[in-house]
Ligand binder design. Structure first.
Ligand code: NAD
Ligand code: LMR
Length: 338
């Protein structure tokens, strides 16, 4: 790919080193699927993140064009592009954080699980590359169905002998972002003041907002609880239907992915008290993976928090969520073990 790589070839690493200065620890971040609907705005926003010194953009199509475009932004990160499977290993070598939005999105009428057949294989190949080239990287997995792709990634890493459960995080941030927005609308607050824990997983009834734990402390009528729970659980479908065949959420997802990646980088830097929801290896329930609040630190998800007190409505929702989650997790595990 052109741009920074050409400069580095012509002038040695001087320009890259120079641009990576600026006082931050300068993390190296790769985006796999960087030319897609999520990948492009995500790449743009990560190029603006002062914690990023090197940004690798990998895709099986259009990576050179996206890289040339993004690399003209006058921010610190050095951008390099990588096109196609033969360049996957170069894209991954030395990375601290790998963000994966590669794979096909839903069309109206589809469930996230309908994406399994295509996306499972894509995630397997990309994770094999991570195990080989940057086994200590923190992985943010966005590709759907997250409830199955995270177990797939875990199995790939186990097979390679590199699995560290703290470093594999399924991105459920969009559920939290939506929940904050919809709850703020109902309460008449600024969404930036609202914090809604969303636990479970990332599909339909597995998305479980804990409205009894909203901050600032708030009470809701039964109708409001029903409306908010349904809207948060079906937020993805709302966008898929509005886009009418042109894909699923990309812009709000890129925003959410950057919010989550930034939290991971602050954790890696050693900042205290970085807490976000994510779908991780967990002992919070009897299931091997579950989304809940986690504390992000130098090693990834260093602490997985318990759910806290649930009301009756949430307890019923939790049982429904666990039933569906168990099947999706098993499907992912079986895909690799079969
Ligand atoms: P998209 O089709 O616009 O982009 C996907 C990109 O992945 C394309 O550029 C494609 O070339 C690339 N790709 C395909 N196979 C690849 C491979 N083997 N290696 C590298 N790149 C590859 O789709 P999108 O809208 O960006 O969505 C991507 C995925 O993210 C979908 O699976 C979607 O369901 C999921 N998603 C998840 C969340 C979440 O909250 N976790 C939210 C929105 C979308
Ligand atoms: C979302 O929640 O927007 C994503 O998971 C994409 C989808 O298919 O709904």
């Amino acid at each position: 790919c052109p741009s920074n790589s050409q400069m580095e070839e012509s002038f040695g690493l001087r320009s890259a080193n120079c641009r990576a200065k600026g006082g931050s620890p300068g993390f190296k971040v790769a985006i796999l699927g960087a030319a897609g609907g999520i990948g492009q705005p995500l790449a743009m926003l990560m190029k603006m993140n002062p914690l990023v010194s090197v940004l690798h953009l990998y895709d099986v199509v259009n990576a050179p064009g996206v890289t040339a475009d993004i690399s003209h932004m006058d921010t610190g990160a050095v951008v390099r592009g990588f096109l196609g499977q033969p360049q996957l290993e170069s894209a991954l070598t030395g990375m601290d954080l790998v963000i994966i939005p590669a794979g096909v999105p839903r069309k109206p009428g589809m469930t996230r699980d309908d994406l399994f057949n295509i996306n499972a294989g894509i995630v397997r190949t990309l994770c094999e590359g991570i195990a080989k080239c940057c086994p200590r990287a923190v992985v943010n997995l966005i590709s759907n169905p997250v409830n199955s792709t995270v177990p797939i990634a875990a199995e790939v890493f186990k097979k390679a002998g590199t699995y560290d459960p703290k470093r594999l995080l399924g991105v459920t941030m969009l559920d939290v972002v939506r929940a904050n927005t919809f709850v703020a609308e109902v309460l008449g607050l600024d969404p930036r003041e609202v914090d809604v824990p969303v636990v479970g997983g990332h599909a339909g009834v597995t998305i479980l907002p804990l409205l009894s734990q909203v901050k600032p402390p708030s009470s809701f009528t039964p109708d409001e609880v029903e409306y908010l729970t349904n809207r948060i659980q079906n937020g993805g479908t709302e966008v898929v239907e509005a886009k009418a065949g042109a894909g699923s959420a990309t812009l709000s997802m890129a925003y959410s992915a950057v919010k989550f990646a930034d939290a991971c980088l602050r954790g890696l830097r050693g900042d205290a008290g970085v807490v976000e929801c994510a779908f991780v290896a967990s002992e919070v329930t009897e299931l091997p993976f579950f989304a809940s609040k986690v504390r992000l630190g130098r090693n990834g998800a260093e602490e997985v928090f318990q759910l806290g007190p649930l009301n009756e409505y949430e307890r019923v929702g939790l049982e429904k969520a666990k039933k569906e989650l168990a099947a999706s997790i098993q499907k992912g595990i079986s895909f690799i073990r079969k």
